[in-house]
Design a protein around this ligand. Structure first.
Ligand code: BDR
Ligand code: CA
Length: 316
């Protein structure tokens, strides 16, 4: 497996945090250059605080830069029903001494990309509304040359979790998503059709929460909150945001298709719905992207749980 330089743009967030634990457990796969935050699951203040605290807990020595306070055009909608008032399922972890970088996320990412050694590229892993990345690509289109690929959690081939047809990350900022989808960059969309299946069961969650391993306990307690609140009728908790990372470490457990992507930017009933066109041959090569369409769920659960315990051993 090639080791990639990555920048993570996220809104931690229960599953964003578990996804960062997965990344921390895989230093052989990921060289994490920065974590940037964007308003989504909670306000920018809360998700940035969480990013600082979670990366410190996971002993990820990484800069954190705070990003956009609200979407490009629309009003911010948060997801506190699923992620709790503090964004971490109301679990408390030690407050880190670290503070965010002085530059805002868009400018910080631009700086990192510009300073990359000649010939090197970065993969962006996006697990939140695409506000920062949309603005980055609009303001500084020249940085596209430094981006290897964007692997994102968002959208769906069919269905939604905010409305009948829209997924949260895309629904919150569809205009930003359109900029990203139309950027000409290679994009891998890990949508709800697959990420919803990538769930921990209530018995797996219970086992994690009762563990002596502090990272397992933290992940178990956060997902336990989700199980008891936002997911109370489902009996399982999807760890959506771990999917883009696992797609990079274990591509063999996923099935993918070539597609072209767009998003409904109207104010109608399907606002924020991703339009996933399987007729890729109708488009220019630069418009072809990838959608993840299926996964081996048992392997996903096995690799995720393994990574959580491994990280706990590493940071104890
Ligand atoms: C996405 O929405 C957020 O609530 C999660 O963190 C994930 O990124 C799932 O629709
Ligand atoms: Ca997220």
């Amino acid at each position: 497996m090639e080791k990639r330089k990555i920048i993570v743009d996220c809104d931690p967030g229960i599953d964003d945090s578990i996804a960062l634990a997965y990344a921390a457990a895989h230093p052989e796969a990921f060289e994490l250059l920065a974590v940037t935050t964007v308003a989504g699951n909670q306000t920018i203040e809360k998700v940035t605080r969480n990013a600082l605290d979670v990366t410190a807990l996971f002993k990820l020595n990484v800069p954190v830069a705070a990003g956009m306070v609200e979407p490009i055009v629309r009003e911010l909608q948060t997801a506190s029903e699923f992620h709790g008032k503090n964004g971490l399922g109301d679990c408390t972890i030690p407050r880190a001494d670290a503070e965010p970088e002085k530059e805002m996320a868009v400018f910080y990412i631009k700086k990192l990309l510009t300073e990359l050694p000649e010939g090197e590229k970065v993969t962006l892993i996006c697990t939140a509304p695409l506000t920062n990345i949309g603005l980055l690509l609009k303001i500084y289109p020249e940085v596209k040359a430094k981006i290897q690929e964007i692997v994102l959690m968002g959208g769906a081939i069919a269905g939604g979790n905010v409305t009948a047809s829209a997924e949260f990350n895309i629904y919150v900022d569809p205009e930003a998503a359109r900029i990203v989808f139309k950027s000409g960059l290679p994009i891998v969309m890990c949508g709800l059709d697959v990420t919803e299946k990538c769930a921990l069961t209530s018995s797996q969650i219970q086992k994690l929460s009762q563990s002596q391993n502090k990272i397992a306990r933290f992940c178990g307690e956060m997902t336990g909150y989700s199980l008891a609140n936002g997911n109370k009728f489902r009996g399982k908790v999807s760890i959506h945001d771990a999917v883009p990372y696992m797609y990079l470490t274990h591509p063999e457990i996923f099935k993918v298709e070539k597609v072209a992507l767009d998003v409904d930017c109207s104010d109608g009933v399907s606002a924020g719905r991703t339009i996933v066109d399987f007729r890729w041959w109708m488009y220019e090569e630069s418009e072809e992207n990838i959608a993840v369409v299926d996964v081996d769920v048992a392997k996903f659960q096995e690799y995720l749980i393994e990574a959580i315990y491994e990280l706990g051993e590493k940071v104890k």
